[in-house]
Design a protein around this ligand. Sequence first.
Ligand code: ZN
Length: 246
Amino acid sequence: MRTKAIVIRKMQANEYDQIVTLYSEDYGTMRAMARGVCKPTSVQSMHLELLNAIEFEVIHGKSMPIISSAVMSRQHGEVKDSLPKLAAVQFFTEVLDKIAFENEKDVHLWEFLNTMLIDFNSLPAGEAGAAHEEILPLFRKHQAGFLKVLGYAPQIERCVVCSVDPLAGPEKMVALSTELGGVMCAECFLAGGRGVLIEKADLELLKGENDLARLNLARHSTLDTFFEYTVGRKISSLSFLYQVIK
Ligand SMILES: [Zn+2]
């Protein structure tokens, strides 16, 4: 049966074979064996490059599925040629790799991943040094979209404890409780609620206001904190991203 997928990670299995982590249209995250791709004669290897959109045949193997007759349909070459773009895109594939349940089909996540790759790929390369202004707004926009698609977007309209508008006060920061799935007003937070402090400006993103000019362009957004909190560990591509954008 033929399926479509994006290559998100590759690991050496033995001398000639690799284990490929894919996000597929039909099965969500899946790991599959690519036999013989490290042989110099392999015709599959170029099709199975990281971030390629591919079509392939899934063959049942003993321990995991085997990739057969893979054909690359989109290469996302502009992303691979730009370190800042590559770093931004790898944030999403890294998070996906860490949290996605295997073999769970998700049409919205599949669409998100494809759109995100195409957006970064078609972003003009710009002048040297302009990476910060061009890449970060797109990155923040997709971070917010990713949270929604993953179902992690917090409730921001009402305090999760007392239901007042948590964004109304003059404070710049607001507390976010991932346990309760939303934002807490200052009073409930000070009364002992547990949460991470995030900037109100970053929450605007989650309201679906994608006015890129108004986005928070600070290096470390509290959206990053929220992702790391949700994933439960450091996301290494974030430090990579902040190193390579100028
Ligand atoms: Zn409250």
